[in-house]
Design a protein around this ligand. Structure first.
Ligand code: NDP
Length: 507
């Protein structure tokens, strides 16, 4: 362990008072009726970061009613796209003005490095700007070929009231992959953040007021999924649910929403492989593998948690990744040098460790790490950079979402074998291919069952490039044109032109 790069507790100032979060319903900030609250302690520092109103079904009900009323009033859904775009652009500017404040609380609630939080908050502003452009450019179709007396028009309309349920791993980023797109379409919303990371969502609510968003268009309810989230997925007045989180909860939500046939968009887990051929740029591939597994402490739907390496270069790649892993700075999330921070909860840390123990018991070999990490001055809610070799396809660690900094190395001999291993998964979120041969890359891209395939890169993303999963990684898409269209309903107009008197009833 001494050979790792560990960043001890820094001298960065911690907040003296917790951030206070309340529900935001119908344009008003509200406590829970009986004043119940819950507290979040920082995973790395143990400091009391936030105290939030603890919502119940009655709060969710009030928020849904407010969103419905706002939608039906037309105050947002029927105004010109230009007017919606102007509000979204103001929100983007305000996010940029508040990066430091929001990044600090994001880091304290999640345990992620402060430099990463700053990038995520400022990067989210670009999602709001991109959505603003879509608000003005959305359009349907016209059909002028139906005969002299007919004109067909296909309109795109906002789908209505959207429930947005978000997880703890990228609280502000994932919210910004959904909310501005729903708003650009003209929808109204009820948002429930993870109970562990509610505060940047509340801060955004403050910015929405400042930007001039009408009351009731965005409503925020804080609390647990069972108490608040479940009503958001079953209520008659909700037209659509968009959810990011575990596949298990995604299935529960899909079943609950089916009773009222709501539209459901799901962004769920992944077991994302990077396939590396002997002719790859090995240095770049090893760096991308290292980034792919440790980014966000591996607590990432896109985590590159398994690599499938040609057996001729498996030892070389493993050794390079181990060497690079030792240089990755794990430790105090508030130190700008830190690249990998804390684990979200001690229970989750235990779950990661259980996967590693089970893999070793099944015959995998630890090439690096393999246990919790104690950071001097901060305690032990961290996990060592971990590389496991000799992993075989049937092991749980090769198939399930570990959600930690734990890399599994598998091997292949032929392209067909690499593709079979790639697709031997219940998930289909993302995959990657490393080769200098364009034919190898293209064949892999076409045959891989994944919503995104990266070629000679990993986890590059843009607001323009839509994102989502195949198989049990989800349903529907986020961001880009296709992500935006999830929030639109389609209506067909068939219009007779002129009075042709071609009556059905004959005289
Ligand atoms: P969950 O999927 O349990 O939670 C995600 C969100 O859904 C939270 O806001 C949660 O509320 C809410 N929720 C929970 N149950 C319901 C319900 N019945 N109806 C409506 N909303 C509900 O993720 P966890 O945070 O518990 O993480 C568990 C595992 O999920 C992780 O270990 C990881 O493997 C995976 N995960 C995957 C993510 C991804 O990006 N694909 C993101 C996060 C987790 P609350 O938690 O406040 O009760």
């Amino acid at each position: 362990m001494t050979e790792l790069t560990i960043i001890s507790a820094s001298s960065a100032a911690l907040p003296r008072e917790p951030f206070l979060g309340r529900h935001f319903i119908g344009g008003e900030w509200r406590d829970s009726p009986a004043g119940e609250t819950y507290d979040r302690l920082s995973p790395a520092h143990g400091v009391h970061v936030s105290r939030s109103a603890l919502g119940a079904a009655s709060d969710a009900e009030a928020a849904i009613v407010a969103a419905r009323k706002a939608f039906d009033s037309g105050v947002w859904s029927r105004i010109p796209g230009k007017a919606r775009a102007l509000v979204l652009l103001r929100v983007a500017d305000l996010i940029e003005e508040n990066v430091e404040r929001m990044a600090l609380i994001e880091t304290l609630e999640t345990g992620k490095p402060i430099t990463q939080s700053r990038n995520e908050v400022s990067g989210a502003a670009d999602l709001w700007r991109y959505a603003a452009a879509l608000a003005r450019t959305v359009h349907g179709d016209s059909h002028n070929t139906l005969g002299d007396d007919m004109l067909g028009i296909v309109l795109k309309e906002p789908i209505g009231v959207v429930s947005i349920i978000t997880p703890w791993n990228f609280p502000f980023w994932i919210l910004s992959q959904k909310l501005p797109f729903a708003l650009a379409a003209g929808c109204t919303t009820v948002v429930k953040p993870s109970e562990m990371t509610p505060s940047t969502t509340v801060m955004l609510g403050e910015l929405l007021v400042e930007a001039g968003l009408p009351a009731g268009v965005v409503n925020i309810v804080l609390g647990y999924g069972g108490d608040v989230g479940s009503l958001m997925t079953t209520h008659d007045a909700v037209d659509m649910v968009t959810f990011t989180g575990s596949t298990l909860v995604g299935k529960t939500i899909s079943a609950a929403a089916s009773k009222t046939l709501k539209k459901v968009a799901l962004e769920l887990g992944g077991k994302n492989p990077q396939v590396i051929f002997p002719d790859a740029d090995i240095e770049s591939a090893a760096d991308a593998v290292t980034f792919g597994i440790y980014f966000n402490t591996g607590q990432c739907c896109n985590s590159g948690s398994r690599i499938i390496v040609h057996e001729d270069i498996a030892d070389e790649i493993t050794e390079r990744v181990v060497a690079l892993s030792k240089k990755v700075a794990f430790g105090d999330p508030l130190d700008p040098k830190t690249q990998v921070g804390a684990i979200i909860t001690t229970q989750h840390q235990g779950k990661i460790d259980d996967y590693v123990r089970a893999a070793v018991a099944a015959g995998a070999e630890i090439a690096l790490g393999g246990g919790p990490l104690v950071v001097p001055g901060l305690g032990g809610q961290f996990y060592q950079p971990t590389v496991l070799r000799g992993v075989t396809p049937e092991m749980a660690i090769a198939r399930e979402e570990v959600f930690g900094p734990v890399l599994s190395v598998l091997t292949f001999r032929t392209l067909d074998e690499a593709i079979a291993l790639t697709n031997d998964a219940t998930y289909g979120l993302s995959a990657g291919i490393w080769s200098e041969n364009v034919h190898t890359c293209l064949e892999f891209c076409r045959r891989a069952q994944a919503g995104t395939v990266w070629t000679n890169t990993w986890m590059d993303g843009f607001p323009e490039l839509t994102f989502g999963g195949m198989k049990q990684s989800g349903a529907g898409r986020e961001i880009g044109k296709y992500g935006f269209e999830e929030f639109l309903e389609i209506k067909t107009l068939a219009m007779r032109v002129g009075r042709t008197r071609d009556n059905w009833v004959r005289d």
